[in-house]
Write a protein that binds this ligand. Structure first.
Ligand SMILES: NC(=O)c1ccc[n+]([C@@H]2O[C@H](COP(=O)([O-])OP(=O)(O)OC[C@H]3O[C@@H](n4cnc5c(N)ncnc54)[C@H](O)[C@@H]3O)[C@@H](O)[C@H]2O)c1
Ligand SMILES: CCCCC=O
Length: 487
């Protein structure tokens, strides 16, 4: 019998499901059991062409609608997503293995927030009037870029499809979205919902594929902008390919973010922050604060309480069980990466405080891991693991810890826990990171910009700032006077 996760077809183009079985197979593996639950096919060149043509043909008509009309479609889509939260969350759990307890709270909800927020902004996307000398003036017109390509990672498939689609569509662009090959299911539902909400055919399309399909989309002359969520190495390739054609980009990439806990911090909140910064979504969150710097006076109390909370609180098991709060890794490859780093941490002399076991069952399971006595030059403190592995490092002074926190190529996120708010703001000002937290961690409300600096990215998602990354300004100079020429 066909599994309920199997979609009608692999791609969604021009308002309908489309299949071409000559493309490479994409098996969808349920991470909790290792079972193949669906099979899709990568887009062939003909499918990529069809999707880009559909997006190109739909764009002018979509941009010609008033912002209010476009916004209404996005807000309807948000309502539909909320109404279907249960089904969408079950599918997100099949796609990623994340517990239903999480997906039912965060994923479709966060996607719906983006659709609602950018739907609300769509009617107010204007230019400005600029008075000039002698009665002349200029005005600016905010214009859509054209066809935008979105390329997703596997940790938040629904959210990523919406964080890219909502601002793009609000500005009058159309989109071709390629989900990660590890999690191809959820974006198809986003595309279906857009059409059901009234988006004209071709406005939001989904094609499946591995990296080659992404690469083909990035260099196509019909494409004006590329927004990638992925790793730094992929980001460098995609940014370079897009730059060769002078395309706009948004790069949401990886990190190795610092979380600093001072002696004066509220211990319970600091432990909660460190848990949110390392173990939510089984550690598969880009902004995770995986280098946890703990001031020496509070270190042993912090480690003891953290271990207690993990021992008592982690519930691994069937991700569909609403009591379960810790799922498997997304796939075997990612599990093996975690295993490699856990072994490396031990070889390099870090102290294993808890975890490091691999439950013997089908699927891609790992216990959450905490290493203490980690040194700055250890591999586990320098490289992104993208799994539930926390490194705890000691520090003495504020000056020292800030320099060590910033000593990384990455700059996605950073956090500080302290009772001294003056110090909290001082540290936030000193962080070399795009997304900073004082006395909390890993919140990403749609109203606030999200993204990284340094190697972690270019541009921002969410908030009014995202509009600038999906539109450009045309200036019109109007003379009210005779034209003076030198000869
Ligand atoms: N900053 C953020 O908002 C954010 C959010 C989630 C994940 N991430 C990062 O994503 C990474 C994990 O996701 P992943 O393993 O899917 O990343 P990845 O870089 O392997 O793949 C990301 C996407 O890029 C595609 N791709 C691969 N090569 C390509 C190429 N040459 N041209 C075009 N597309 C190509 C893949 O098919 C996939 O869809 C981590 O580094 C994580 O930190 C960042
Ligand atoms: C906190 C939101 C994270 C999105 C990236 O993985």
């Amino acid at each position: 019998m066909t599994h309920p996760a199997q979609p009608k077809a692999s791609h969604y183009i021009n308002g309908e499901y489309v299949e071409d079985t000559s493309g490479a197979e994409i098996p969808v593996i349920y991470p909790a059991t290792g079972e193949v639950i669906a099979t899709l096919h990568a887009a062939t060149p003909a499918i990529v062409d069809q999707a880009l043509d559909a997006a190109k043909n739909a764009q002018k008509e979509w941009a010609a609608m008033s912002g209010t009309e476009r916004g209404r479609v996005l807000r309807r889509a948000a309502d539909i997503m909320r109404e279907r939260n249960h089904d969408l969350s079950v599918l997100e759990t099949y796609d990623t293995g994340k517990p239903y307890q999480e997906t039912s709270e965060v994923d479709a909800t966060s996607g719906a927030d983006a659709l609602e927020y950018f739907g609300g902004l769509a009617g107010s996307l204007t230019g400005e009037h600029i008075p000039l000398a002698g009665g002349d003036f200029a005005y600016t017109i905010r214009e859509a870029l054209g066809v935008c390509v979105g390329i997703g990672a596997w940790n938040y498939p629904t959210q990523i499809a919406c964080w890219k689609g909502a601002p793009a569509l609000a500005c009058g662009n159309t989109m071709v979205f390629k989900p990660s090959e590890s999690t191809p299911l959820c974006a198809l539902k986003v595309a279906e919902i857009m059409v059901e909400a009234g988006a004209p055919k071709g406005v939001y399309n989904v094609v499946q594929g591995y990296g080659e399909v992404g690469a083909k989309l990035v260099t196509d002359p019909r494409v004006a902008k590329v927004s990638l969520t992925g790793s730094v190495p992929t980001g460098k390739k995609v940014y370079a390919a897009a730059a060769a054609e002078m395309k706009h980009v948004t790069m949401e990439l990886g990190g190795k973010s610092p979380l600093i806990i001072f002696d004066d911090a509220d211990l319970e909140n600091a432990v909660s922050g460190a848990i949110l910064a390392n173990f939510y979504s089984t550690g598969q969150v880009c902004s995770n604060g995986t280098r946890v710097f703990v001031q020496k006076g509070i270190k042993e109390a912090f480690l003891a309480r953290l271990k207690e909370r993990l021992d008592a609180g982690i519930k691994m098991g069937d991700p569909m069980d609403p009591e379960v709060n810790f799922g498997p890794m997304v796939n075997e490859n990612q599990l093996n990466i975690v295993k490699k780093y856990v072994a490396l941490g031990q070889e390099e002399g870090a102290r294993l405080v808890t975890g490091g076991g691999y439950p013997e069952k089908d699927g891609f399971w790992v216990e959450p891991v905490v290493f203490a006595d980690v040194q700055d030059d250890m591999t586990i403190a320098r490289e992104e693991i993208f799994g539930p592995v926390m490194s705890v490092l000691d520090f003495d002074t504020e000056e020292e810890v800030l320099a060590r926190a910033n000593a990384t190529e990455f700059g996605l996120a950073a956090g500080v826990f302290t009772a001294d708010l003056t110090r909290g703001h001082r540290i936030a000002a000193g962080f070399e990171a795009g997304t900073c937290y004082i006395n909390t961690y890993n919140l990403a409300p749609v109203e606030a910009p999200f993204g990284g600096s340094k190697a972690s990215g270019v541009g921002r998602e969410n908030s009014k700032l995202a509009i600038n990354h999906y539109s450009e300004m045309k200036m019109v100079y109007v003379s009210m006077n005779d034209v003076e020429a030198p000869f």
